[in-house]
Design a protein around this ligand. Sequence first.
Ligand SMILES: [Zn+2]
Ligand SMILES: [Zn+2]
Length: 247
Amino acid sequence: MDKSSIQKYNDVILELLFPSFCFGCNKEGTYLCQDCKATLEISEYNYCLCNKNPIRLAPDHHSNGKCQRCQDHKLSGLYSALPYKEKSLTRKLIHNFKYEPYVKDLAETCAGIVVEHLVLAKNNTEAIWENSVLVPVPLGKSKLKSRDYNQAGALADELSQVLKVPVARDELVKIRETAEQMKLSAKARQENLLNAFAIKNPAQIAGKKVFLVDDVYTTGSTMAECARILKEAKSTQVWGIVIAREG
Ligand SMILES: [Zn+2]
Ligand SMILES: [Zn+2]
């Protein structure tokens, strides 16, 4: 048996032992069946980073992923596949991926959704991925310990396989714990994150375009802070890739 046959065989055995169920309709055999996937609104467009009513960008946005009012933002742009709405299937998928029961295998489902967006919005071109690396947004040590894996890292690994872009693993690290961002004001958020991240080996980042990978983009302050220090490490551009964005 060749390697892929063994993998398929293993998948069949695993499915028998631990069957998966669709998070939308409970159908057995998958985490997201085709019918439920079709109800998701996978975006065909790229939008600016703006927090309120983000502006839809023109198809030739690739040199500039931002509108006029967002030019000072540290990120060059953001690729987001879905809206992150209350009580949505998207929320349910991400919640099960990120929190208990930590369905790690959802990484593949979520990466599939992201790739579909990249293709629909015409972001999957050689020019875009040239000389780039995927960098997962890191977790602090205590969170990583309680969760046992970084969902952003699992997503980056899956994306890497499809996009053929390497993952710069453990280069961007979180060096101190921070308070939950959700509870803080915009100014307190920035202070909370200041110097919370570090780059281990700047040579891995220098001269490269970085795609920061995370599950959800909320206010963007975490990605902005990561982008700031990645730029200090001489990355040429820093973009974000997420499954969903709030607002
Ligand atoms: Zn379903
Ligand atoms: Zn904007």
